[in-house]
Design a protein around this ligand. Structure first.
Ligand SMILES: Nc1ncnc2c1ncn2[C@@H]1O[C@H](COP(=O)(O)OS(=O)(=O)O)[C@@H](OP(=O)(O)O)[C@H]1O
Ligand SMILES: Nc1ncnc2c1ncn2[C@@H]1O[C@H](COP(=O)(O)OP(=O)(O)O)[C@@H](O)[C@H]1O
Length: 176
């Protein structure tokens, strides 16, 4: 089976990591899957990068390169990384296209108010208390994808159901 990159983009607490984990569970052990989680990537591949526009674009570029490397070797690279800038996402897509590596952009389109209620890591609360600035979707940009392969709405749907939608999109393309 060919590899592919599945990029889950969306706001903090949208559900990117949860969907990535649920998708990996659905596909294993039959499929080689790697989840390139944002926090782990930042610890190992992008230490020293912060959350400025420049640093986020550089972070996305690095993750995109690694995902492409894995995907061209038959791995399904699942990437739950915010990737707020269209320019950086375009670059990653173009690199995959140039290499002939399948690429699926999934927009985890959970609205800001739901994300802020979930607040898995307490970032929205910290922003509200003034302990943090530059939080994506609040006082830092998030440019929604214009033509994602799939858009999911995580409201009123269990993570397993959302992962099933992504799985179906992969199956439709002969990638799972
Ligand atoms: N200011 C600010 N804005 C957004 N996110 C922040 C910020 N500070 C820390 N964090 C935490 O870092 C995670 C985002 O890292 P990413 O590598 O996915 O972001 S980016 O694509 O480089 O913008 C992100 O993880 P998720 O919540 O899983 O999306 C946050 O937990
Ligand atoms: N359909 C769904 N898909 C993904 N997460 C969901 C869904 N419904 C509710 N959630 C919850 O939303 C939260 C998303 O957190 P997380 O996956 O860490 O977000 P992100 O990685 O985008 O920051 C989790 O607590 C998860 O259980």
């Amino acid at each position: 089976m060919n590899g592919a990159t599945v990029w889950l983009t969306g706001l903090p607490s949208a559900g990117k990591s949860t969907i990535a984990r649920a998708l990996a569970e659905r596909l294993r052990p039959g499929r080689r899957v790697e989840v390139l989680d944002g926090d782990e990537i930042r610890a190992h591949l992008s230490p020293g990068l912060g959350f400025s526009r420049e640093d986020r674009i550089e972070n996305v570029r690095r993750v995109g390169w690694l995902a492409q490397l894995l995907a061209r070797n038959g791995v399904l690279a699942v990437v739950p990384v915010i990737a707020p800038y269209a320019e950086a996402r375009r670059e990653v897509r173009a690199a995959h296209e140039a290499a002939g590596t399948p690429y699926l952009e999934v927009y985890v389109a959970t609205p800001l108010d739901t994300c802020a209620q979930r607040d898995v890591k307490g970032l929205y609360a910290r922003r509200a208390r003034g302990e943090l600035t530059g939080l994506t979707g609040v006082d830092d940009p998030y440019e929604p994808p214009e033509e994602p392969e799939l858009t999911v709405d995580t409201r009123g749907c269990a993570p397993a159901g959302t992962a099933a939608q992504v799985h179906a999109a992969l199956r439709e393309r002969g990638l799972a």
